[in-house]
Design a protein around this ligand. Structure first.
Ligand SMILES: NC(=O)c1ccc[n+]([C@@H]2O[C@H](COP(=O)([O-])OP(=O)(O)OC[C@H]3O[C@@H](n4cnc5c(N)ncnc54)[C@H](OP(=O)(O)O)[C@@H]3O)[C@@H](O)[C@H]2O)c1
Length: 353
């Protein structure tokens, strides 16, 4: 068993990590950390648990510590999952890597740097080898590996089979994003009930840039962005608890019928990690719904234990000479903690841990 810790364990992404790690076959949840607020309490006392299943009993009695790099080293933690605000993560994560720790991070700083893998494993698991370059460049024996922005993780999974089979050019994305995407105390109820907020700070830039990195190439020295793709996004917060819905419009480089598009999406098995036996990998990364009114967040977000992206309403798009469809994914599982755990499994399988 590898010893793991969750930093930011009381937040929404942190709670998902605790849930996914409590009964994991390869990982032992050894430490949980957050701010000074709950320090010294048990995890059960400190957390405001909001997930659909009860707090796992393995986590009840864990002591909640404030962030403490020395303690992580002393306790011989192999992997640290971070679910911290960006400013905290930016300072801390390089310090952890310098002390030899592998960091799997949900925070946005460093995501676009050319020696930092930004992994959506079914799409670009091969970028993981940039860890070697990162260690050379930065002189550290640990590593920082990033989980993509939640909206981007969902979109790129749906785009990958189309890029491989037909080639893609311009991509337009309009999102309807869940409240949990803003964290436990993110959006006050007075602002969102009976409402929609047509702005999420920094989100559109993240989707536009990260997608081109994830669909880009590792050339042995750096991860190159895919500049033959251009992505434009408009991001909106809606009154849904979990599950981001995205209307995606894609230019295809070679003509394809709707049936051909549905077929390659449905048959996509995430070749980059297929057959590796990673416990968190869903059998079908993409699930197609054929009903006219699906996918819907409440009904479809837990498909594949929250790791599958559910696609519906695949139609021809005459404006872009391509297709348009609706994609739905679980933002704190596929869009955060679930992909984080899948990345850690990949790191173990590839011998980086
Ligand atoms: N929510 C999503 O769907 C999602 C998806 C992808 C990425 N992310 C990213 O993941 C990170 C966490 O997001 P979240 O939604 O889980 O946020 P959240 O619910 O607000 O949780 C934040 C966590 O960070 C801890 N924290 C805050 N300030 C701290 C400090 N100064 N020192 C140590 N710990 C501190 C909090 O601990 P206390 O409880 O002690 O305050 C809490 O555990 C963010 O970078 C976010 O952008 C979120």
């Amino acid at each position: 068993m590898k010893r793991v810790a969750v930093l930011g364990a009381t937040g929404l992404v942190g709670q998902r990590f605790v849930q996914l790690l409590a009964n994991h076959p390869w990982f032992e949840l050894a430490l949980v950390m957050a701010s000074e607020r709950g320090a010294g309490k048990t995890y059960a006392e400190a957390v405001t648990w909001v997930l659909e299943k009860p707090l796992p009993k393995q986590a009840f009695e864990l002591t909640l510590y404030p962030i403490n790099v020395d303690l992580l080293v002393k306790e011989k933690v192999d992997i640290v999952f971070t679910a911290l605000p960006p400013d905290v993560a930016k300072e801390l994560e390089p310090q952890l890597a310098k002390r030899g720790i592998i960091v799997v991070s949900n925070a946005s700083p460093m995501r676009l740097e050319p020696d930092i893998p930004l992994l959506n494993p079914e799409v670009n698991a091969d970028h993981i080898d940039a860890v070697e370059v990162q260690r050379r460049n930065r002189g550290w024996s640990g590593a920082v590996v990033k989980v993509p922005n939640c909206t981007t993780a969902i979109a790129t999974l749906s785009l990958k089979p189309l890029a491989d089979e037909f080639g893609i050019g311009r991509v337009v994305i309009a999102t309807m994003q869940a409240l949990s995407g803003a964290g436990l105390t993110g959006v006050p109820s007075m602002l969102i009930l009976d409402n929609l907020i047509p702005y999420i700070e920094g989100e559109e830039e993240k989707v536009e840039n990260e997608s081109r990195k994830i669909l880009g190439f590792f050339n042995g020295n750096r991860i190159e962005f895919n500049n033959s793709i251009s992505v434009t996004a408009s991001c909106h917060r809606v009154m849904v608890l979990e599950g981001h819905t995205e209307a995606i419009f894609v230019e295809l480089k070679t003509r394809a019928t709707v049936d051909e598009v549905v077929k390659v999406m449905e048959e996509f098995r995430g070749n980059k990690i297929k057959g590796m036996g990673l416990p968190t990998a869903p059998e079908k990364p993409i699930v197609i719904r054929r009903e006219v009114d699906r996918p819907q967040p409440r009904l479809d977000r837990l498909e594949g234990n929250g790791m599958s992206v559910v696609i519906g309403r695949v139609r021809e798009d005459k404006t872009l000479n391509g297709v348009k469809y609706i994609a739905l994914g679980h933002n704190t599982i596929r869009g955060a903690a679930g992909t984080g755990v899948l990345i850690a499994e990949l790191l173990v399988k590839k011998g980086y841990v």
